[in-house]
Design a binder for this molecule. Structure first.
Ligand code: UDP
Ligand code: GLC
Length: 387
């Protein structure tokens, strides 16, 4: 982003400081506005150091973590217990926001605090909605609270895809508030990584002649890692690279996956790496990348990253992934929760190198232009124009 533009002064507010997709997305916008803006974190975590390393001003609002953590995405009425804590934070954010043109709330809990701040006389609020508000993941009460607050208090609602916008409207949200702001990526970071990652395969003791299929989602029930493990049971030559950790709880699911990986039909073929920051190199070590969420993915950063790494991507139909992949042109789309069809799609790609090359060439070009940092920063700027 250039310096000449009339910089808005933005108070970015984030409840979570773990490195999920929403927070990785925030890094780019906070960096673009770092000269005039500040990030306020409501919990401490690795996001703080990542922001600081980019030269972004960061402050941590101390809260009684336990009571705020009770406001879970689907916690319903239980969340009312912590209303006092939210109010206290809202008052502090309202006070702080007096030096800014707007508050950008990057997640739902952050948005509730920002809405209270607005009610108490704080700056206009922009809610950056990264989630599809459907019954699969959010309780009816939670959705009602979120859209009611948005309709009353938000000046704009940024959405990461049309699918996220549609779900917001279906839940009763005011469509006039919506602006689409996609996630952005620096393609050069991927271009700089050597294409041949043989060393990495050697380190993991994966024989050279065995195909390596990667999955890069955090460990969570709806990210569908179990579907890939089941598919791999039918593909005895294929090795799997599982990258990611259970960032928001769900350790029990991680345990279940580990047990699956120990079964005879998979033993020695599942390479579990946990959370890694060096995604481009790991992606380039793979022959193909699978994204198999069992619920519609709001955007799906890993799909664009696979495209930038020039690796063929197979993803679940629906949500943001259907807006990123055109089936059989820039990747393959398959129905959710179908290991049989996933195994078939993996086989189709692994057995036809020309087809795979065609997909990756078209996907790379699209990802590089449509999701460049400069184009999404332009979307962001348009979304806050006039506030
Ligand atoms: N990611 C990462 N390290 C990991 C696993 C994932 O940095 O070990 C990154 C991944 O590259 C992507 C993001 O986490 O940029 C996940 O975003 P996505 O939109 O795919 O899903 P989310 O987890 O946000 O729902
Ligand atoms: C959320 C969504 C994911 C999206 C990310 C960034 O984590 O689950 O699909 O890519 O936000 O917008």
């Amino acid at each position: 982003m250039d310096q000449q533009r009339d910089r808005k002064r933005i108070l970015f507010v984030s409840y979570t400081a773990m490195l999920g997709g929403g927070e990785l997305c925030l890094l780019d916008f906070a960096k673009a506005y770092r000269d005039s803006s500040e990030v306020l974190l409501l919990t401490d975590g690795v996001l703080k150091t990542r922001l600081e390393s980019l030269g972004v001003r960061v402050n941590l609002l101390t809260s009684s973590k336990r009571s705020l953590a009770a406001v879970k995405a689907s916690s319903g009425l239980a969340s009312l217990k912590s209303i006092g804590e939210l109010w206290r934070l809202g008052r502090q954010v309202a006070q702080k926001s007096k030096d800014f043109d707007l508050i950008h709330a990057n997640n739902q809990k952050g948005f509730v605090v920002a809405a209270i701040a607005r009610f108490l006389g704080g700056a206009p609020v922009v809610w950056h909605l990264h989630d599809i508000l459907t019954a699969d993941i959010f309780s009816p009460l939670n959705r009602r609270i979120a859209v009611t607050l948005a309709n009353w208090c938000a000046t704009r609602v940024m959405v990461n895809s049309q699918a996220t916008a549609d779900a917001f409207i279906a839940a009763g949200g005011n469509s006039r508030l919506l602006r689409t702001v996609h996630n952005g990526f620096d393609s050069e970071v991927f271009d700089r990584v050597k294409d041949n990652q043989a060393g990495l395969r050697e380190e993991l003791r994966i024989p050279r002649d065995r195909p390596l299929v990667g999955i890069f989602s955090r460990i969570s029930y709806w990210k569908g890692q179990q579907v890939l493990l089941e598919a791999a049971m039918q593909l005895p030559n294929v090795h799997l690279l599982l990258v990611g950790d259970a960032l928001f709880g769900e350790a029990e699911y991680a345990e279940r996956l580990k047990n699956m990986a120990m079964q005879d039909s998979l033993k020695g073929r599942v390479h579990w790496l946990g959370f890694h920051e060096d995604i481009p190199a790991l992606m380039k070590a793979c022959d193909l990348i699978v994204h198999c969420s069992t619920a519609p993915e709001p955007f799906g950063r890993v799909v664009v990253e696979a495209q930038l790494a020039k690796r063929p991507a197979i993803a679940t139909i629906g949500g943001g992934t259907s807006e990123i992949i055109e089936d059989r042109v820039t990747g393959l789309l398959i129905p959710a929760n179908d290991p049989q069809l996933l195994a078939q799609a993996i086989q189709d790609i692994l057995s036809d190198r020309d087809f795979a090359n065609k997909l990756t060439a078209a996907a790379y070009e699209q990802a590089k232009t449509k999701f460049s940092i400069s184009s999404v920063c332009a979307e962001f700027e348009m979304a806050i124009a006039g506030i």
